[in-house]
Design a protein around this ligand. Structure first.
Ligand code: SAM
Length: 238
């Protein structure tokens, strides 16, 4: 299913792809690296497990899976931006990771059969997908029973003093620095806007439950600047 938002978001990521990694490290003061290590550390599956990384972007989660879990784990990275996939491909070639496969596709129509993956990850991607329930249902479908979905997403701190300082940075400094280095006029204003539109954590957990996940939980990372949600597809692994 194609929403009107899709081409706009795809073009935006195509436009910022060359500077995406650099700006991630700079604007998050390398917290993004720590958050991806965390999501991967929470993956539990057999030694030769299969993982789908949706909205894989420039491949950082897929590469972290390779680093932490080894070459026997197969990773499929899916994204709809050719620009982001091109960078991912270069990084994967350079790191020599034959167990990572990249696919150009839409999170809302995954080209996989039922029960294909032991885990699905999505880092900073679900915020860009309007129809979250359908996306989560698609992730649920391609998971084995007992398989888990892990969703990493940006948030805003709740404590008021930290929040005030962070919001000043997030709404003013970040868009200006992002614009300067990416030369893209709205991508880094879209970022805080899309984070502010993202459902509250309780609300998002309800959406996960509605999509069929159980044992749904979440944890705040780095003073609540990011959240990590986990859900399990009911049933025993075969
Ligand atoms: C903020 S980036 C995150 C990239 C990567 N996961 C990371 O950790 O840096 C969001 C990515 O989601 C992709 N994306 C957004 N909507 C998508 C959709 N409906 N289907 C596939 N990819 C999508 C974009 O192309 C972009 O690469």
């Amino acid at each position: 299913m194609q929403s009107q938002e899709l081409p706009f978001i795809r073009e935006m990521f195509n436009g910022i792809a060359p500077r995406y990694d650099f700006l991630n490290r700079l604007l998050s003061l390398r917290q993004d690296v720590i958050w991806r290590k965390k999501i991967v550390a929470m993956l539990k599956f057999p030694i030769s497990g299969r993982v789908l990384d949706v909205a894989c972007g420039t491949g950082d989660v897929a590469l972290e899976i390779y680093r932490q879990k080894g070459p026997l784990v197969q990773v499929a990275g899916l994204d709809f931006s050719q620009g982001m996939l091109r960078i991912a491909h270069e990084k994967i070639q350079k790191a020599q990771c034959p167990s990572i496969f990249l696919l150009n596709g839409d999170a809302l129509s995954l080209p996989f059969g039922k029960s294909t993956f032991d885990a699905v990850t999505i880092a900073f991607g679900i915020r860009n997908i309007q129809n979250k329930i359908d996306a989560l249902k698609a992730f649920h479908d391609c998971l084995v029973p007992g398989g888990r979905v892990l969703v990493l997403e940006l948030a805003t701190p709740r404590k008021s003093r930290v929040r005030d300082a962070y919001m000043a940075y997030f709404l003013r400094v970040l868009p200006a620095v992002g614009r300067l280095f990416s030369k893209h006029h709205f991508a880094y204003s879209y970022l805080p806007e899309s984070v502010s539109r993202f459902p509250e954590s309780d609300e998002f957990m309800k959406i996960m439950i509605h999509a069929g996940f159980t044992k749904v939980s979440f944890q705040r990372l780095t003073l609540g600047i990011a959240n990590l949600f986990v859900g399990t597809k009911p049933g025993e692994p075969g």
